[in-house]
Design a protein around this ligand. Sequence first.
Ligand code: GLU
Length: 486
Amino acid sequence: MGSTSAKRGSSANTAIPHGSQSFLTSVNAYFDKAAVLTGHPKGLLDQIRVCNSVYYMQFPVRIKGEIQVVEAWRAEHSHHKLPTKGGIRYAETVDQDEVQALAALMTYKCAVVDVPFGGGKGGIRINPKNYSVDELERITRRYTVELIKKNFIGPSIDVPAPDYGTGPREMAWIADTYQAMSNGDINALGCVTGKPVGQGGVRGRTAATGRGLFFAVREAVNDAKLMKKLKMSTGFADKRIIVQGFGNVGYHAAKFLAEGGATVIGIIEWDGAVVNPKGIDIEALHKHRQQKGSITGFAGAKTIKDGNSVLEYECDILVPAALENQIYKENAPKIKAKIIAEGANGPVTAAAEDILNKKGILVMPDMYVNAGGVVVSYFEWLKNLSHVRFGRMDKRFEEGTNTRLVNTIEQLTGKSLTAADRTFIARGADEEDLVNSGLEDTMISSYNTIMEHYYGNAKVKDMRTAAFVSSIDKIAQSYLSLGIFP
Ligand code: GLU
């Protein structure tokens, strides 16, 4: 997911995914492993597992005076809750298998973090780096029109968002196209999330996936029982971290983890990696990349040409935050991390996970770890439907109440607070505070629910299965209470 043109498409490894297992096969293998533990009837599990609808389209776009036929997809995996929700990816590797796998993951992800949406995903098979901004706008708008024609987009139908190779700019084009064609629908802006703040976006959305990842990992490293099992100490102080991908997710994850007290010792990108056992200055690296277009050659670390070899370096927590199928059967035996936190969707294949589990490595699953993006997308959608900025009605009132409380305490105690403390205590919450607090609360409560399954069911041996069981139970419950129509 790229939030600016400089970041767009810059996450690690755009090559064809490694390993022999298709992404959808891997997601379904994970599902099946957990499904047998739930006790739900086979027919119901089949309905939860299948992809409800896929729209494959080919449309013409005029590129440099020539007509180019563009291939694209939108998959709606599950309609047990509406709208369906999930990003749109621009990459040359996009195909139906990938879009369906990603849509399925969105269904499970939304359920695990209690976001009331079904799962969806879209993709356009292009390399965005090969097109000018004008051309990308034409492709994006034409894709949106195709979705509108087939009823595959709308605030109550299917709501896209950014994914690999897209960002707020593309989301603004989608919103504008939808609005222009929606004949005065007052809720039209809710047709897509991840928009720029000035175009109906919500503050905190860009950093949300990385911030959510930080909360997820923080819960794990503060879980004394889990750390004991992994023979690790609690807290971030002694944790060495390697991040694959320095796009929107990887950059923000690295930034928040470093701010939280961990040492980020390696960052991997598609054209090389940088390592420094003493820790990398994330902001300085970000600046370097903005200036040079690459993380390589950064003065504050050593450049390693074969970037992905760094996945196998000694560290405590490995954060694959680029693309799927990065840790596969062949390289899994060489991974030395103690925890893998999946920032990307599907970075560890099912075959690799079996190997990692045997080695005692904890894999924290994508459907929980990277759910921060869709959680805050949900907040953005709510904002669009309510037509008011979070905090607008109560910030000032809260400030007044807090100030009166502080005044009363000062009068009663005869002591006065410093000006800084007074401002801090009295301050009312603004939109970003509320978004971040809603995100934090969601990540903490979802962690606790997943771990109830992890610790509470002897047949659940890994965290992904625990998350899947939690998710399948919620979706099954939803289908059972809905009934089958007609
Ligand atoms: N593309 C992101 C994901 O995979 C965000 C989806 C959304 O916000 O709808 O979770």
